[in-house]
Design a protein around this ligand. Structure first.
Ligand code: HEM
Ligand code: HEM
Ligand SMILES: [Fe+2]
Length: 465
């Protein structure tokens, strides 16, 4: 196996392990809503939640990198430029993640000084990591960008998918720099922070996963490159056309001018279109190729990605995106419901699909079968949809009782938290969270055991594209 593919397997393995840490931290965060005294004085809710969402960003990034390192040598027919630097940085990255996690757990309070920003944490949601670690992440991303773009220059030829991916590397890296500056005015700070959060998940990550899924589709179904690339260009144009100004849906209530209500409402209402395009594309490919593939789990996870992206991002995002409704839904569990469905559907499912693709080749399996992956698939998706439904109920209860009827007063907020519908949502979210965690364990077991008993399988190259 090429060096790039070995590195890919390391990144994917690290991603799956961190996914486990993330799930555990998510379960812990959910307990506080049922028993606020949980782990009292040791790990408070905010620390558990930071661990949960920061490990999410990192495991998904690692998953994307694993996917890209996996496909790079196939797309270019050579080892990526500077692969040695990526190999070293992998271990630096892992060490930094462990160090930051320990810091979050052990350093929970202190003054808001420069030292804190450099050594302990920067306090911006999703990118709380202290500056030293953030510099490390920026370095890893830079080398990652160099691996992609540099290889194109070295190979002196480029496929359409790789051209899109290379251009996309520029905003991917530049946006991360927003994690650094110290801005005292909270409105200004949020204004820029949303560039990072929104333009990552609704533009650059969306394009990156689009490229990865395009490569996966070609591999799994043997779809022709011409068709896959044609779709990709249309999707990218739509994502950029709707997603960039869709940023306005975060500018409704943070002190930005009124015109954002109209711009944000209009463009973000169009954001489901590219995601719908992706579903149509996946179903079309699957239909044309009669769903024939030697890697069923990977194929099912790509379908889950297409539908999850559309439903979780597009439909659940659309529900709360018009300012008239966002006024009530803003910052409630309704948002959390959308956040879970979207991140899971758009990104986690895509990474899991690539895990199975990589395993099939690494372990030389002619076909990937068995029932383990089916259990993992059903428990994970069932658990997640159950959590999303529970959060939707809790969030709607907040929107109705706390906002619409209660008028957003402090008393209404407290009453909302004690509302029976809200509490029901919190309990059932935890129940479905347990189901999800069981799915995670099944997945981890399946990924590590897959094919190990089929030692006799004939070594065989992957089916041609
Ligand atoms: C066992 C499974 C999980 C449980 C129990 C869980 C629980 C939680 C809890 C309690 C929060 C805090 C919400 C709040 O501040 O009120 C949270 C936030 C979040 N979780 Fe999870 N989670 C799980 C899995 C996941 C997965 C698989 C993803 C995505 C791939 C995810 C993404 C997020 C995101 C993006 C947030 C921040 C949402 C926001 O503040 O709007 N979680 N989760
Ligand atoms: C796959 C892509 C997407 C992901 C991963 C995603 C994820 C998230 C997350 C995690 C949040 C909570 C942010 C926070 O406060 O911490 C959020 C908020 C929001 N998202 Fe998305 N989203 C996606 C696509 C969309 C789309 C397509 C729309 C519109 C059609 C949308 C509309 C919104 C709105 C309006 C909010 C703000 C909710 C509020 O005011 O509380 N999202 N999204
Ligand atoms: Fe957004």
């Amino acid at each position: 196996m090429s060096r790039s593919k070995s590195l890919a397997v390391k990144y994917l393995a690290a991603a799956v392990l961190l996914f486990g840490v993330m799930t555990l931290a998510g379960l812990a965060s959910a307990v506080y809503y049922i028993n606020p005294d949980f782990l009292f004085g040791f790990v408070p809710f905010n620390v558990a939640k930071i661990l949960h969402i920061d490990t999410m960003i990192i495991w998904l990034l690692m998953g994307f990198m694993g996917a890209v390192y996996w496909f790079l040598p196939e797309e270019f027919g050579c080892e990526p430029a500077g692969i040695w630097a990526a190999e070293i940085l992998f271990w630096v990255f892992v060490a930094a993640v462990l160090a930051v996690a320990a810091i979050f757990v052990f350093v929970q309070w202190g003054p808001g000084t420069e030292t804190t920003l450099w050594l302990f944490q920067q306090g911006r949601k999703y990118v709380e990591a202290p500056r030293w670690a953030a510099i490390g992440v920026a370095l890893v991303m830079l080398v990652f960008a160099w691996n992609v773009v540099g290889t194109a220059l070295k190979a002196r030829r480029i496929t359409g998918v790789m051209a899109v991916m290379s251009v996309n590397m520029v905003p991917l890296v530049l946006l991360y720099l927003i994690a650094f500056p110290k801005i005292d005015n909270m409105a200004v700070d949020l204004y820029w922070w949303w560039w990072l959060v929104h333009l990552w998940v609704e533009a650059t990550w969306e394009i990156l996963i689009g490229c990865i899924m395009a490569l996966a589709m070609m591999k799994l179904l043997g779809t022709s490159r011409r068709i896959v690339e044609g779709w990709l260009y249309v999707e990218v144009a739509l994502v950029l056309g709707t997603g960039i100004l869709g940023l306005g849906h975060h500018y409704f209530w943070i002190g930005t001018p009124d015109y954002w209500l109209g711009i944000g409402g209009f463009f973000s209402a169009l954001e489901p279109l590219p995601l719908l395009g992706m579903v149509v594309h996946a179903v079309y490919d699957a239909g044309v190729h009669r769903m024939k593939t030697s890697n069923q789990p990977a194929f099912y996870w790509t379908l889950a990605e297409a539908f999850g992206n559309f439903l979780g991002g597009g439909v659940f995002g659309f529900m709360i995106t018009l300012p008239q409704l966002n006024l009530f839904a803003h910052g409630t569990q309704w948002t959390v419901s959308h956040g879970h469905f979207a991140f899971w559907g758009a990104y986690a499912c895509g990474v899991l699909s690539v895990c199975y693709i990589a395993l099939q080749e690494q372990r030389r399996l002619v076909t990937v079968n068995g029932s383990g992956w089916v259990w993992a698939f059903v428990l994970l998706n069932g658990g997640l949809i159950g959590m999303v439904g529970s959060l939707l109920v809790a969030g709607m209860a907040q929107a109705f009782f706390e906002r619409a009827i209660g008028g957003s007063t402090l008393e209404a907020f407290i009453a909302g938290q004690e509302n029976p519908w809200f509490m029901l949502g919190m309990y059932s979210r935890f129940g479905f969270g347990l189901m999800f965690a069981a799915g995670y364990l099944t997945l981890a077991w399946n990924l590590s055991a897959l094919g190990r008993r089929q030692v006799a399988a004939v070594p065989q190259p992957m089916p041609a594209e």
